[in-house]
Design a protein around this ligand. Structure first.
Ligand SMILES: C=C(O[C@@H]1C=C(C(=O)O)C=C[C@H]1O)C(=O)O
Length: 243
């Protein structure tokens, strides 16, 4: 072993800092493990609606993140968000591992990376070839689907027709999403904020007075976003919200 008397002041300072990090790691580990066991208890206490629903609560996750980001220094926002996505993802995994099916034929890595950032390493993610099969699987409550918005398959029209039990609960790819996350989520647990609409006609001249930002169209159907505070399943065609 090196004699402490042989260490330069720089070495001593470095050793002291590393010791401080070790002590902090001990505290963080103890707190993280406590948090995981509480998340498991929340899972048991949750009163989910009848039938299989995923345990994910987008509204709660959003509140957790927003509360912390308000306190965090601006230069740490990105680090805090990415770390807490992991923390929350592992908390959710204590209630059952999250399964995610990703369909994104044009830019496969883009949707996959967005989903990984959103759900963390705890999620079991799989790229799939068939968006309709992914919707059916999600409607059965097995997990969530992350589906790209592109012209190859206007899967989103199905949210008004066969998949009314599914809701959009997040969007990836920037301010204008290029992929949407869909799942059998308790409607009370949707994140609020921007609503996702699927309707016939859309933007112009339907007289509803709702301001929309169009994302895609298909045979008269329109997929759009609005700030209007609509409820899922209403006549306006609200199919979820992306916060
Ligand atoms: C712990 C819960 O379950 C999940 C895990 C969360 C967390 O770890 O903070 C938050 C929301 C849920 O997706 C909860 O619903 O509060």
């Amino acid at each position: 072993m090196t004699n402490p008397a042989d260490l330069s002041p720089e070495h001593m300072a470095l050793a002291a800092l590393r010791h401080e990090i070790d002590l902090l790691d001990d505290e963080i580990l103890a707190l993280f493990q406590r948090r995981l066991s509480i998340a498991a208890r929340v899972g048991k206490a949750k009163d989910a609606p009848a039938g299989p629903h995923v345990k994910l609560r987008p509204d709660r996750e959003k509140a957790v993140l927003e509360r912390l980001l308000k306190q965090a220094a601006a230069e740490n926002h990105e680090a805090v968000e990415s770390l807490w996505r992991q923390i929350v993802g592992w908390g959710l995994a204590r209630q059952g591992r999250m399964q995610v099916q990703v369909w994104s034929p044009i830019e496969p890595t883009r949707a996959f990376d967005g989903a990984r950032l959103r759900f963390g390493d705890a999620a079991e993610m799989r790229a799939v070839r068939d968006p309709q099969a992914a919707l059916k699987w999600a409607a059965e409550g097995h997990g969530v689907a992350v589906l790209a918005i592109n012209t190859e398959d206007a899967w989103w029209t199905g949210l008004r027709r066969e998949w009314t039990g599914l809701s959009v609960f997040d969007g990836f790819g920037g301010d204008i999403p290029t992929a949407l996350a869909v799942g059998k989520i308790d409607p009370a647990a949707l994140p609020g904020g921007r609503r996702v609409l699927v309707d016939v006609g859309g933007d112009a001249g339907d007289g509803s007075g709702i301001r929309r930002r169009g994302l895609a169209t298909h045979h008269g159907w329109t997929l759009s976003l609005t700030d209007a505070p609509l409820n899922v399943g209403g006549i306006e065609g609200c199919v979820g919200s992306i916060g």
